[in-house]
Design a protein around this ligand. Structure first.
Ligand code: FMN
Length: 222
C-alpha cells in the first residue's frame, strides 16, 4: 500500500510539473512586456561594399523569429543613436529626428525607444493582417512601421514637410535594407499600405503620418 501511495505521489508530481512547464511556455510565447534591447554589435556583419552588393528586395519570408540580438542590431542600424549628442544612424532634415519606428509582431505592436534601448509595448494586438495588401506581411515575424511626426518640422515650410519626411524615412529604410543584406535577412520597403487603418490602430494624430512599412525575416531557404 505504501509503495502504491509513493508511486502515486511521484506520478502526480511529475504530471503537475509537466503542466506547470507547459503553461509557462505558453505564457512566455504570448507575453507582451517591455523588450530590453542589447547594445549594437559594431563588428558584426559584412563589409559595407559587400552589403551594398547583396542589397535587394525579397518577398519570400520564413516565419522563424529573429533573435533578440539580431532585433537589437537591426533597429540600431535603422535609427539607433550613434553619437553622444543623441543623433541617429540616419540623417534628418533640420535635425528633426522625427521618424518613429513601431514593430508589429504576433504579440502586438511595440515602439522603439532608441535612447533607452528598448521596445515599449504599445498595442496588444497582431495587426500584421490589417495594415497592407500583400500576403508576405502575414508571414514575416516582424513588420516595421515608419511614422513621421510633422509637428517637429516647424522650421520647414508646410508644403515641404512631407517631402522631407519621406526623404528621412528613406534613409532609415535603406539602413534596414543594408543591415538585412549584411545578415542575409529578407526585407522589402512597402509603400502600398492601408494608411488610414494603421493610423486608426495606432491612434495617431493628424500630424503623425504613416510613411512606409517594412517586413523583416529570414528568407524561406535559410
Ligand atoms: C518607396 C518604396 C515603396 C515600395 N513599395 C513596395 C510595395 O508596396 N510592395 C512591394 O512589393 N515592393 C515595394 N517596393 C520595393 C520595390 O518594388 C523594389 O525596390 C524594386 O522593385 C527594385 O528592386 P530591389 O529593391 O530589389 O532593387 C517599394 C520600394 C520603395 C523604395
Amino acid at each position: 500500500m505504501k509503495v502504491e501511495r509513493g508511486l502515486f505521489f511521484v506520478v502526480s508530481s511529475l504530471f503537475f510539473l509537466f503542466v506547470l512547464n507547459f503553461t509557462s511556455i505558453a505564457l512566455e510565447q504570448n507575453k507582451f512586456d517591455v523588450i530590453k534591447l542589447s547594445k549594437p554589435e559594431l563588428k558584426a556583419g559584412k563589409l559595407l561594399m559587400q552589403a551594398l552588393q547583396d542589397r535587394k528586395s525579397s518577398r519570400d519570408f520564413s516565419s522563424k523569429e529573429l533573435s533578440d540580438t539580431i532585433l537589437s542590431n537591426l533597429l540600431w542600424a535603422g535609427f539607433g543613436i550613434n553619437r553622444k549628442d543623441g543623433k541617429h544612424t540616419a540623417p534628418t532634415a533640420v535635425n528633426a529626428q522625427n521618424i518613429a519606428i513601431y514593430v508589429a509582431n504576433k504579440n502586438g505592436v511595440y515602439r522603439y525607444d532608441s535612447e533607452k534601448l528598448l521596445l515599449s509595448p504599445f498595442l496588444k494586438k497582431d495587426i500584421r493582417k490589417e495594415i497592407g495588401y500583400q500576403d508576405f506581411l502575414h508571414v514575416a515575424p516582424i513588420v516595421l512601421i515608419y511614422v513621421a511626426d510633422l509637428s517637429s518640422m516647424a522650421r520647414i515650410n508646410k508644403d515641404e514637410r512631407m517631402f522631407y519626411s519621406a526623404a528621412n524615412t528613406g534613409y532609415v529604410s535603406q539602413n534596414i535594407y543594408l543591415y538585412c543584406a549584411s545578415e542575409n535577412l529578407a526585407t522589402v520597403a512597402v509603400g502600398w499600405v492601408k494608411r488610414d487603418a494603421v493610423s486608426k490602430l495606432l491612434k495617431l494624430d493628424k500630424k503623425q503620418k504613416v510613411m512606409l512599412i517594412q517586413p523583416v525575416g529570414y528568407p524561406v531557404k535559410h
